[in-house]
Design a protein around this ligand. Structure first.
Ligand SMILES: [Cu+2]
Length: 455
């Protein structure tokens, strides 16, 4: 799993700049920890320093540090990575320390941190600490507050964390390309007093969008609107970890948005409150109950709720954001009889398969021939059949018997007898029905919007 790569032994290509960490760098820079697996690492308890309750990064991990004279030292390596979005599809991204998103950085309010950044990309970069008030020269805006970090060099950032909060890090250099390639990570600052804002489970993810054409593996970085993979921590359903909790647990989910549009995040089941933003904790008097919270571009939101047993869907409520590639340019055939046309088309195109004349749910079950390294538009199956979801979708799985610290998938919820919606089999009265529309028999052949209107 976590493998340590000796930075200096592997770093023939890494020339440490004189303007950066100096000649004594070999003794100064901590080794870089690299991890490439998309499996979630359980929350990592702090080995030293002030105690805190660590976060669970969905399909991610937390960056280890070393403490030197009271300063926590981290080492980020910006580099090309290969990321599995879901079984069956991997992408060539840029990230940090082997993964996209990069590892979560966790520290405590008041901590002094020193963060080394090595650039193994083919172009220059910087790191901006999104939402954290740092000395201006540490803010990471290439050209404005610092020179860019050239390929092969290591820069160092050092600052004190002013207050608890949920933050992100990302480049402020060639942003369009570098963020479209997956360069981002979470930066969690825990309260000095671990009893403050304490929860039992604390999940975190950052949202990113990618434009990866079916059959290819590298994002189109100039795309402005027409993304086809809507990801949480560079994963899409059915590849996203479930959020596992025990009945009665106080659960927090921290969500950041580094896509190009807003995402109304909706959770089924227990109501929640927004308890934190980039600006800090929301005072109790300013919170209100919600089931959906819209997260704008560049924002972070922390939501909290008391867990109720069940399998509760959590997803973006923009329906196109719960689909994967292969779904965005399909014509809408609802209401058309494709039977007779199909035979004629099949003579010309042998693999032609008419679908969607009663909706598109059949696609989730039948499976269409699709290019290699491409996910179907919707997939995943549950205890009752196909889920017909993709993209920004996961399940909050709450059980009575989950042990503290256990984040493993408990499987599907076992509904108590008589509590599942079911077919009416008794002597039911004939349902009242509206008369058939007079236009029946007329071909209905609309096309869905295909791109530049957004989704
Ligand atoms: Cu969305």
């Amino acid at each position: 799993m976590t493998q340590r790569r000796d930075f200096f032994r592997a770093a023939g290509a890494v020339a440490l700049g004189a303007a950066t960490v100096g000649r004594a760098a070999a003794a100064v820079v901590p080794e870089a920890v690299i991890r490439t697996s998309p499996a979630m690492e359980p929350p990592r308890a702090p080995p030293d320093g002030r105690p805190y309750n660590p976060v669970a990064t969905l399909n991610g991990w937390t960056l280890p540090w070393r403490t030197k004279a009271g300063v926590k030292e981290f080492h980020l390596v910006a580099e090309p990575v290969v990321r599995e979005f879901a079984p069956g599809m991997t992408a060539n991204l840029w990230g940090y320390n082997g993964s996209s998103p990069g590892p979560t950085i966790e520290a405590v309010e008041g901590d002094r941190v020193r963060i080394f950044v090595t650039n193994r990309l083919p172009e220059h970069t910087t790191v901006h600490w999104h939402g954290i008030l740092v000395p201006n020269g540490m803010d990471g805006v290439g050209g404005l507050t610092q020179p860019h970090i050239p390929p092969g060099q290591t820069f160092v950032y050092e600052f004190t964390l002013p207050r608890a909060g949920t933050h992100m890090y990302h480049p402020h250099a060639d942003e369009m390309v570098q963020m479209a390639m997956g360069m981002m990570g979470l930066f969690i600052i825990h309260p000095k007093d671990p009893r403050q804002m304490r929860v039992d489970r604390d999940f975190a993810f950052v949202m990113a969008s990618y434009a990866i054409d079916p059959g290819s593996a590298t994002p189109r970085t100039s795309e402005m609107l027409d993304f086809n993979l809507w990801a949480w921590n560079s994963r899409v359903f059915p590849g996203i970890d479930p959020l596992v909790a025990r009945t009665g647990d106080r659960v927090r989910i921290r969500i950041g948005n580094l896509t190009m549009t807003n995402h109304p995040i909706h959770m089924h089941g227990p109501h929640f409150q927004v308890t934190g933003t980039d600006g800090g904790w929301v005072p109790p008097s300013a919170r209100w109950p919600e089931v959906t919270t819209d997260i704008a571009v560049g924002q972070m939101r922390a939501i909290e709720f008391d867990a109720v047993a069940g399998d509760w869907a959590i997803h973006c409520h923009k329906a196109h954001h719960t689909m994967n590639a292969m779904g965005h340019t399909l014509p809408n055939f609802i209401g058309t009889d494709l039977g007779s046309v199909a035979e004629r088309i099949a003579n010309l195109v042998p693999e032609y398969m008419p679908m969607g004349s009663t909706g598109m749910a059949d696609m989730a079950e039948m499976g269409m021939p699709i290019p290699a390294n491409t996910l179907p538009m919707m997939g995943g199956s549950g205890p009752y059949g196909a889920l017909e979801m993709g993209g920004m979708f996961s399940v909050v799985k709450v059980r009575d018997d989950v042990r503290p610290g256990d984040y493993r998938d408990p499987g599907w919820f076992r509904h108590p007898a008589g509590t599942v919606a079911h077919e009416v089999t008794d002597d039911a009265p004939e349902p009242v029905q509206a008369p058939a529309p007079p236009a029946s028999g007329v071909m209905l052949n609309v096309r869905k919007p295909t791109g530049h209107e957004g989704h």
